[in-house]
Design a protein around this ligand. Structure first.
Ligand code: TYM
Length: 371
């Protein structure tokens, strides 16, 4: 099996989430912590119930402060290098749920600077354009414009830069190399960049002139940035940001995460029904070689990418998800019909999302911070 690599710029191999908790030094989300969240929210989102958000840092502290009346704010983001795929939506969907349940503000960072610096073939004009295209996907999820502030690093640089250099001054080259694995061949912009991603983790404190707790939902691949931020922010007089981490929405092919670098592995929110049908038809399943074997031995949802689609996104009802799994294991549900039902669900979701995306163009300005 390929060696596991999980960095902000590369995710490879069989992912062992328990090992990530140990190596990154995060905490598991326990049933007790879930119960504590539920006390405030009344219910638990299926992404929490199913352990898709599996790890955290200082989420218990965020709840302590909240219970004392010290409200937190949310921060998350996107590196706009191309269209958005369904995997990206996972952390944003939980973020929206948290915003609604706790009635809190959200800063959403579009790192057009990052994608310009790290992607050889992209111009700054292109990543900046994509920042606003990708923002439509965020808005389409239903965020409240009175509480949601989206910005491009480039177009909000006057505010961000003066804070980023305070972080940069505390970050040595040797730490950046140790945390991110930078080599002498990396450009200096790449090395500086993490300072920009740290800023929204204390921006609300700067604006309010007092410390405000910050909670950051993200896929665990982004963690290195926030290990650095948690180390440096207290030295600048701010709280360490808290975090909640999601597993990776797997790709449609065998192994690996849904990744834009192999478009066959991912469903993009801009895909046409034909593209979706083709991708799902070619997806890796836990099915057997023949229908006869499938009926006799049953399928293997635990290794099936199609089943993961139901689990991560398209079947929020736990009972129905269980039914899909057990009828598959008993050999009653064939891969053909399972794929067909999933295809229709994805097509319906994507068509509706695309309509909301187009509507979002009209209200985009209400969400955007510029300076
Ligand atoms: P980016 O654009 O690579 O990813 C955006 C968010 O999506 C998560 N993600 C996934 N989650 C589940 N399954 C997947 N297959 C999957 N692929 C990606 C990422 O972990 C991320 O949360 N530098 C960042 C942008 C950023 C940011 C932030 C992200 C700026 N500030 C604060 C999170 C929190 C980036 O390039 O993300």
């Amino acid at each position: 099996m390929a060696r596991m690599i999980v960095t902000p710029w590369e995710v490879r191999g069989e992912i062992d989430y328990e090992r990530l908790i140990r190596e990154f030094g995060t905490q598991r989300i326990t049933p007790e912590l879930l119960e504590r969240i539920k006390k405030h929210t009344g219910e638990l989102h299926f992404l929490l119930r199913r352990g898709i958000f599996f790890s955290h840092r200082d989420l218990d502290w965020i709840l302590d402060e909240y219970e004392k009346g010290n409200r937190f704010y949310l921060y998350t983001g996107r590196g706009p290098s191309e269209n958005v795929h369904i995997g990206h939506l996972v952390p944003w969907i939980l973020t929206k749920w948290l915003q609604d349940k706790f009635d809190v503000k959200l800063y959403f960072q579009m790192t057009d600077d990052e994608k310009f610096l790290f992607k050889k073939n992209l111009t700054l004009e292109e990543t900046n354009r994509l920042a606003y295209e990708n923002a439509l996907d965020v808005i389409a999820l239903g965020f409240d414009h009175r509480k949601t502030f989206i910005f491009s690093d480039i177009d909000y640089a006057k505010t961000l830069y003066r804070e980023a250099i305070k972080v940069a001054k505390r970050l040595t080259l040797s730490t950046a190399k140790a945390v991110f694995g930078f080599k002498n061949s990396n450009n200096v912009g790449e090395i500086f960049f993490t300072s920009m991603q740290a800023v929204p983790a204390f921006l609300e404190s700067v604006k309010q002139g007092r410390n405000v707790p910050c909670l950051i939902p993200y896929g665990i691949d982004q963690d290195a940035h926030f290990r650095v931020a948690r180390d440096i922010l207290p030295k600048l007089g701010f709280y360490k940001p808290a975090a909640i981490h999601s597993k990776f929405f797997p790709g449609l092919l065998k192994g690996g995460k849904m990744s834009a670098s192999d478009p066959r592995s991912a469903i993009f929110t801009t895909d046409s029904p034909e593209e979706i049908r083709k991708k799902v038809a070619n997806a890796f399943t836990g099915g057997r070689d023949t229908i006869e074997e499938q009926r006799k031995l049953g399928g293997r949802p635990e290794i099936c990418s199609v089943f993961k689609y139901y689990e991560f996104f398209f079947e929020p009802d736990d009972e129905r998800l269980k039914e899909i799994s057990s009828s598959c294991k008993k050999g009653e549900r064939t891969c053909g019909e399972c794929k067909q039902i999933l295809t229709e669900k994805i097509v319906k979701f994507v068509e509706e999302h695309q309509k909301k995306r187009e509507k979002a163009r009209k209200v985009l300005d209400k969400f955007i911070l510029r300076d």
